[in-house]
Every structure is written in C-alpha cells, then in structure tokens.
Ligand binder design. Structure first.
Ligand SMILES: CC(C)(COP(=O)(O)OP(=O)(O)OC[C@H]1O[C@@H](n2cnc3c(N)ncnc32)[C@H](O)[C@@H]1OP(=O)(O)O)[C@@H](O)C(=O)NCCC(=O)NCCS
Length: 206
C-alpha cells in the first residue's frame, strides 16, 4: 500500500516526486504566486526564499522515503521551459482507519485552467485505487472559492467547519472539511477518470 517513485500522468500533466534540483523551479513558482498563496497557506509568507524551497524539497524526499507523505511536482511535458506548475500531495492521516488527505496549490499565472481539478482527480484515483483509502479529506479555508470549486466539481461532500483551525497572516481561519468515501468514489469513478483523461467543457461553454 505504498507508492513507487514513478511519475504519473493526466491528460495534460506529469506528476513526479521532487528531486533536489527542483528547488529553483519551486522557488520561482512560489515567488510568482506568493500574493495568492499567502492568503490561504501558512507557510507562504511574503518573504519566502530559496532556503525554504530547498528545505521543502529535502523534507519532501525524506517524507517519501519514510512513507509519511507523497508530494508531486506538477509539470507540463509539452512546455519546453518546464516550469513548476504547483504541488499536489497525498498522505495518510490514519493508516489504521485508512483515512487520507489531499492538498494542492497551483501557480497564479496558470490559475483557472483546470489544473487543480485535473490533478486532484488523479490523486483521488491514487488514494482509492492504489493506497486503498477508505476516506479522503480536503480542508479548505472558508472563502477560498477556487479551492471549494475543485472539491465540488469532483463530488467531495461538504461535512462542516473546523473553527479557527490554522493561523494564516496572523489570523485564525475557519476551514471547511470536504470528504469522499470509497463507495462514493465507486459511484463517481468514471466521471473522475474522464476529468483525468481531459474531458473538459470548452472555455466558451464552461
Ligand atoms: C485554489 C487553486 C488551487 C485553484 O487552482 P486552479 O488550477 O486555478 O483550479 P481550476 O482551474 O481547476 O478551477 C477550479 C474552479 O475554481 C475556479 N477558480 C479558480 N480560481 C478561482 C478564484 N481565485 N476565485 C474563484 N474561483 C476560482 C475556476 O473557475 C473553476 O471553477 P469553474 O469550473 O466553476 O469555472 C489555486 O488558485 C491556488 O493554488 N490558490 C492558492 C493556494 C490555495 O488556495 N491552495 C488550496 C488550499 S486548500
């Protein structure tokens, strides 16, 4: 019930574990996006630097080896510049009860192109099909409409509010818990597979 280090893919993207030389690309993506990221993510402070990017990559490689968490760098195989497009991660909250969690962010200059929806759909497949999770949760700060839409579009169910769960920008933020159970995934797995395979409404019809 562990993941190999092999990259995985969706219609448009490759998701691969971090390697040491990814630190610069990660740093550049965070710097490009930090104004949006710091609205919602506690680690994304406005002076985020190269040292933190290197630290993240080292920790991510260690977490993978120790099977604590699986972080992927989102890449576009058709983009010659090969920028880091964002992160998607999955981890066990409880192995005993087979509960997992997914977290993500997408660089701001590639927002609203369906990236988070497509890669989160892929991660739900990994969670339910490979890691055999029973329940996967997303925790989304109240008011983060983009992220709420990702959850809704993939049929995660809104459970309730965790009050003042994380302190971000010096303020305690309430978070909504969304979840999907394995039998709900069975119901939606074809639609999720279609999203992974690139079935999207044309922008003009969306
Ligand atoms: C939230 C975030 C992950 C969305 O990623 P994305 O790749 O832009 O998402 P998608 O393109 O798959 O869009 C999902 C939906 O959200 C909408 N959306 C995207 N950004 C939005 C925004 N800033 N405000 C409102 N809606 C937004 C899209 O239009 C789409 O909805 P639609 O299909 O009804 O049009 C990304 O903007 C981000 O990383 N933000 C900062 C960090 C963060 O919030 N991480 C998530 C923590 S839970």
């Amino acid at each position: 019930m562990e993941l190999s280090l092999d990259p995985i893919s969706t219609d448009r993207f490759v998701l691969r574990p971090f390697r040491r030389r990814d630190a610069d690309a990660l740093y550049s993506a965070v710097r490009t996006s930090v104004k949006e990221l710091h609205m919602w993510l506690p680690w994304a402070h406005l002076t985020y630097g190269r040292v933190e990017a290197s630290h993240f990559v080292r920790e991510s490689m260690k977490a993978w080896r120790e099977t604590r968490a699986y972080d992927y760098s989102i890449r576009d195989p058709h983009d010659e510049q090969d920028p880091h497009l964002g992160n998607i991660s999955i981890w066990f909250v409880s192995r005993g009860f087979r509960t997992g969690e997914i977290g993500y962010w997408v660089r701001s200059d590639r927002a609203a192109q369906g990236i988070a929806t497509e890669v989160t759909a892929r991660m739900a497949q990994v969670g339910f099909e490979q890691l055999k999770m029973h329940r996967i949760v997303l925790r989304i700060a109240v008011g983060n409409r983009g992220s709420e839409r990702v959850a809704e579009k993939l049929h995660f169910v809104r459970e309730g509010i965790l009050r003042e769960e994380l302190k971000v920008r010096g303020t305690w933020l309430d978070h909504t818990v969304y979840s999907m159970l394995d039998h709900e995934y069975s119901k939606h797995h074809q639609e999720i597979a279609d999203i992974v395979a690139g079935a999207r409404l044309p922008v003009e019809d969306a």
